[in-house]
Design a protein around this ligand. Structure first.
Ligand SMILES: C[S@@+](CC[C@H](N)C(=O)[O-])C[C@H]1O[C@@H](n2cnc3c(N)ncnc32)[C@H](O)[C@@H]1O
Length: 429
């Protein structure tokens, strides 16, 4: 039976190639290939050696220096990837899901605290984040705000949005962290529906807190990732700066809605395992379900797409039946789901020539990518934010040094020097 290859093996091979990894372990490159293919398993001691190796490799990689950021509700690090691409250095991460943490650790050099539940850090923020970051990033959980979340919670007779004490109040935690740390800038991300939730009240409260209570200059925009990747995915992005800047969403460059099609991210048929093809039962069920809804005048149905199309939004529920994005495999064949690797590509997580490591099961991977942000969209936002982050940073540094020289001057003015009586000077030294 095929085994899931250990992510640490993939990470080492990613960095050094098969031959070097094999040499390091005193093994044959073929053995390492078999591990990667999931045909055999590496021993515990080999894995430990590789863990050490990776630790040193990634530790010694040059670090970004331009600005620092913290990554809240980090998921698998989509925001981080976009900001690292523009010179950002992550100094703190918060994500409570252990499987998301596993993927995060597999792909990033986590040499800082990776905290779990945010509720556990808000009471003691400086203890966890001692130095002020330049940017706060947070893709805060969207479930209480999304249409699906709202209807599900309504159906259950439960409150939603801010009234939801367990998850809706997470925005208030972000507000406390902004208040305590006062970073020069922030980027928040949520589902498009946040804008209209509760007839616009939720969004109004959020903007009021950010602008009026915290005093940030805030601008937001809904962006569709379609064109950056072949997926229709609209999200609202809220950017704030501590002070006036020339930041404008008009600088955001979109490649155009047709720049990418599914053919750009699909794997060759020969590389797709037959397990991703829908069973006759599931395919029949989905077709009947769609027909029933059509007859009732509802638009519900599956999203059957081909190589030249754009997919619907990948959701965290994709693992259930895959119905929102089904790949047409031609006459006489049932459609198939996307593979996790294709999901990584659909969300822009695979860089040119470098694959994002997927160290978890298919189900977990579908959930993680379905919850994530589209990396090239974030990278473009980071690009247009960066000059203004640097500007606010420099402005602050100048203010600090001015304040410092005023203090120094004040101290050197005779009348301002501490008046220590002659006879006490020896104690003052
Ligand atoms: C919308 S996802 C963010 C995804 C992320 N932007 C990415 O690119 O992968 C929200 C994340 O918040 C995490 N989360 C939810 N409640 C949390 C809490 N109380 N403390 C820490 N993390 C939490 C979830 O596990 C989820 O991964």
């Amino acid at each position: 039976m095929e085994q899931e290859p250990e992510w640490i093996v993939k990470k080492a091979v990613d960095a050094l190639g098969f031959d070097k990894v094999a040499e390091h372990l005193g093994k044959n490159a073929r053995t390492v290939r078999r591990w990667i293919a999931g045909q055999t398993n590496a021993s515990k001691s080999d894995l430990m050696v590789l863990e050490q190796l990776c630790f040193h490799l990634y530790k010694s990689s040059p670090r970004n220096q331009d600005f620092t950021f913290i990554d809240l509700f980090a998921g698998i690090g989509g925001l981080r990837k976009g900001f690292e691409a523009h010179g950002g250095n992550c100094t703190f991460t918060c994500e409570w899901d252990e499987y998301a943490q596993k993927t995060y650790r597999a792909n990033f050099d986590v040499d800082h605290e990776l905290a779990g539940d945010i509720n556990d850090i808000v009471g003691d923020i400086r203890q966890h984040i001692p130095s002020t970051p330049d940017v706060l990033l947070a893709g805060f959980p969207c479930q209480p705000f999304s249409i699906a979340g709202v209807s599900k919670k309504n159906a259950l007779g439960r409150p939603h949005g801010f009234e939801c004490k367990t998850q809706g109040n997470l925005f208030f935690h972000i507000a406390s962290i902004l208040q305590e740390l006062r970073p020069p800038a922030f980027l928040l991300e949520n589902v498009k529906n946040l804008e209209r939730h509760d007839k616009g009240n939720t969004f109004r409260v959020i903007m009021d807190i950010l602008e009026k209570e915290l005093g940030y200059k805030v601008q937001y925009r809904v962006i569709d990732a379609k064109g950056f990747v072949p997926q229709h995915r609209e999200r609202v992005f809220i950017v704030g700066f501590d002070g006036i800047t020339d930041f404008s969403w008009d600088d955001f460059q979109h490649p155009g809605p047709d720049a990418k099609k599914l053919r750009d991210i699909l794997l060759p048929d020969s590389e797709v395992d037959s397990k991703y093809t829908l069973t006759n039962n599931l395919w029949t069920y989905l077709q009947n379900y769609a027909a029933k809804h059509k007859a009732a005048g509802n638009g519900f149905g599956f999203g059957l797409v081909g190589k030249n199309d754009t997919a619907r939004t990948l959701s965290a529920r994709y693992y259930k039946d895959g119905s929102e994005i089904l790949i047409d495999q031609g006459e006489g064949k049932n459609p198939r789901r996307l593979t996790p690797r294709e999901c990584a590509r659909l969300m822009g997580f695979d860089d040119d020539g470098k694959e994002f490591i997927i160290p978890v099961s298919d189900t977990r991977a579908y959930k993680q990518f379905g919850n994530a942000v589209v990396v090239p969209v974030i990278s473009e936002i980071a690009r247009i934010m960066k000059p203004h982050i640097m500007e606010v940073k420099e402005r602050r540094a100048k203010q600090c040094s001015q304040q410092y020289s005023v203090q120094q001057e004040t101290l050197t003015m005779p009348s301002m020097q501490p008046q220590v009586p002659e006879n006490q000077l020896k104690y003052a030294a």
